[in-house]
Design a protein around this ligand. Sequence first.
Ligand code: NAD
Length: 502
Amino acid sequence: MATTATAKSRTAKMMVGGKWITSAKGHTRDIINPANEEIIAETFDASPLEVNQAVAAAKKAFESGAWSGKSPAERAGLLLKWSSLIEEHLAELAALESANTGKPMKLAKDGDIPFAVDNLRFFAGGCRLLEGAASSEYSAGYTSLLRREPVGPVALIAPWNYPMMMAAWKLGPALAAGNTAVIKPSELTPLTTLEMARLALEAGIPEGVINVLTGAEETGRLLTSHPDIRMISFTGDTETGKKIMTQAAPSVKKLHFELGGKAPFVVFEDADIAAAVQGAVVGAFVNCGQDCTAATRLYVQEGALKKFSEAFLREVGKIRVGDPSKPETDMGPLVCSEQRDRVEGFLQRAKTAKILAGGGRPKSLKKGFYMEPTVVQGAAQDSELVQREIFGPVVCLLPFKDEGEAVALANDVPYGLAGSVWTKDVHKAFRVSSALRFGTVWINDHLPLCSEMPHGGFKQSGSGKDMSKYALEEYTVAKHVMIETTGAARKPWHYSVFGDPS
Ligand code: NAD
């Protein structure tokens, strides 16, 4: 595979209308490997000219019917071929994803990318399942049909924590529903999204159906305020989501938002404590805690707190932090130095909290944006450590007395993306899972997702669902077609507004 970022050829161009382009303004940006701080590629920041070109290419591909005019079986076939090409190149893509994000190779190779492939395959099947219901006579003399139509050219804005997975979660349903897309990956991690676009062309997905722009906030702002974009699907920070809402307002675009999270992890005294400890280690520190569903608030019932925290600290001490390319590494660096500074800032400002483990940078690692897995106790419920998304390897250990208090504390954040409850009591598990105001609630586990089920938040974690048939529907608009079936010149309802002439 010809990669966009190699030691020899380090310039990663953007893809617009099936062509690789640079920026007219020539603004470039270095892409850094967060594990060793080396520059691995140079990208362009799309200027208004390229944003206009990309949207025009997506619009042209949409209006020509080159994609939406294909039969569902044809679209499904192309998406399947694309997913197979991604699978064929899994090893190179995993290495590129790991080098660009700092995530351990094993997470990219055995987790993120196979899941992205599975997601694309699910949506390939989805092409053929999208249906409008046909039904008759909601009003006498009329038959109503419901059509599910693509929205138009959509803007897809992705974050840096799971670049390939986020691209698949967005492009999969958008394309399955017949839309065309302009995707803007994060300015920090654009490399694998560009490779995905290259493979999509190779699979035979027509030019202009997938366009990739690189760049940061300004490129995103131009794209999300472009009048020809009909829908925005955004995954990222809640504050960015608020800005995008205002950018989208003048042309009243459809919005799909997957925003931040602050997941509670509620452990009752009757839980399998060993299982809960393992779940908490993975839930809190996977992807260096840069996960919107990360278990960031460990609420443990008072009677189990000592046993849980001793075992938890022991297991946290075993996490192997280091070079993400090594197969044994459990936790790599944070994505960039600014993100590490941000996470450290939370710890520096936390006056009352006590750091039980970590809190600093690993002394043995001289290069890279590493941080130790960090466990904090004694943070107040209303402190920023407990209320705000940290997005790093920091977890708060918090006590609770009873079920009522556990539910109240767990729900007491502005977010509502995901949470978990740990207990052997099936009645309590059901009661608590229904009382938690989060889009996903796990019972006796934390983190696993599947392509068939929706993922998305309540409250300030967003609106809309990724994955599942619900995502597919979100990338469509419902159209009511109403057919007059009597053939009469004067329709039945005319009599009610103009009276009966006889
Ligand atoms: P971010 O909001 O800083 O950036 C996300 C994307 O938005 C980037 O591509 C960025 O360039 C772009 N952007 C920034 N300002 C913009 C603007 N004004 N208009 C248009 N685009 C703009 O988020 P991030 O730091 O890249 O990612 C971390 C965040 O993503 C966390 O808050 C995390 O919880 C969230 N996230 C949520 C989910 C979910 O499913 N809910 C999944 C992954 C990540």
